[in-house]
Design a protein around this ligand. Structure first.
Ligand code: 13P
Length: 255
């Protein structure tokens, strides 16, 4: 359980530098004075510098959408956590389902990326979740365990404070099909108990992601096992994003 809600906007491959800068300026004007919500954003790599410079000195943290397991070398198309840190980036997503399914990233690679992000001082937001076929065949917990175990193996007492888990059922991402409250609660409880079995220095922080919008967010955030949300589509429409922030602000923490 986190003392404040956490709302992360995953812009995916949207908002290039020319659109990202005014978007970030609007966020700076309207979303900095939150009292119980941390607001973080992950622009695409090409927009990181513009957004990080616009939001520098504000409480809105800027993150990357992925990070490499090495700090430098012959890895065309990848980004070192050291370069991200130089830009003022504070965290990175790792293991997003689009990376796993479209780009073939394995759970072992996700763990190596997590490990190196943590070594560079970044926070890692580790994304896990089952496909519809895996849910239908009662494999949800097995899949969550397979994805989480290699990550927990690289986390130690010092770095655990910089690990966040995002439960994103693949079938709910970008589909408008949000998981039921019971499904969210069951998956989050499973993730929390798996985390607790490792005796890490602090409790699990677990976000929900998958078709979160201003119509369904309040009841999801009221679940005691939910620390916040990782949002795709609704995070790049400024009105919806500001409404999600207002909903978080109206929702007591730990409800
Ligand atoms: P949507 O909110 O568009 O379903 O995307 C969720 C997601 O993938 C966030 O990482």
């Amino acid at each position: 359980m986190r003392p404040r809600h956490l709302l992360i906007g995953n812009w995916k491959m949207n908002l290039g530098p020319k659109e990202a800068r005014p978007f970030a300026r609007e966020l700076k004007a309207k979303a900095c004075a939150t009292s119980r919500t941390d607001v973080w954003v992950t622009p695409p790599t090409a927009s990181l510098e513009a957004v990080a410079s616009e939001l520098s000195g504000t409480p809105i943290a800027v993150g990357a959408q992925n990070v490499h397991w090495a700090n430098a070398g012959a890895f065309t198309g990848e980004t070192s956590p050291l370069f991200l840190a130089d830009l003022g980036v504070k965290f990175s997503l790792v293991g997003h389902s689009e990376r796993r399914t479209l780009f073939g990233e394995t759970s072992e690679q996700v763990a190596q990326r997590t490990k190196n992000a943590l070594s560079a001082g970044l926070t890692a937001v580790v994304c896990i979740g089952e496909t519809e076929a895996e849910r239908t065949s009662q494999q949800t917990e097995a899949v969550l365990l397979e994805q989480l175990t290699p990550v927990l193996d690289v986390v130690d007492a010092n770095s655990a404070v910089r690990v966040i888990v995002a439960y994103e059922p693949v079938w709910a991402i970008g589909t408008g099909k949000v998981a039921s409250l019971q499904e969210i609660q069951d998956a989050h409880r499973f993730i929390i108990s798996t985390w607790n079995s490792r005796k890490l220095s602090r409790p699990a922080v677990v976000l929900y992601g998958g078709s979160v919008n201003p119509g369904n967010f309040s009841e999801i955030l009221r679940l005691p096992e939910v620390d916040g949300a990782l949002v795709g589509g609704a995070s790049i429409k400024i009105d919806q994003w500001l409404s999600l922030i207002s909903i978080a602000e109206e929702t007591p923490v730990g409800q």
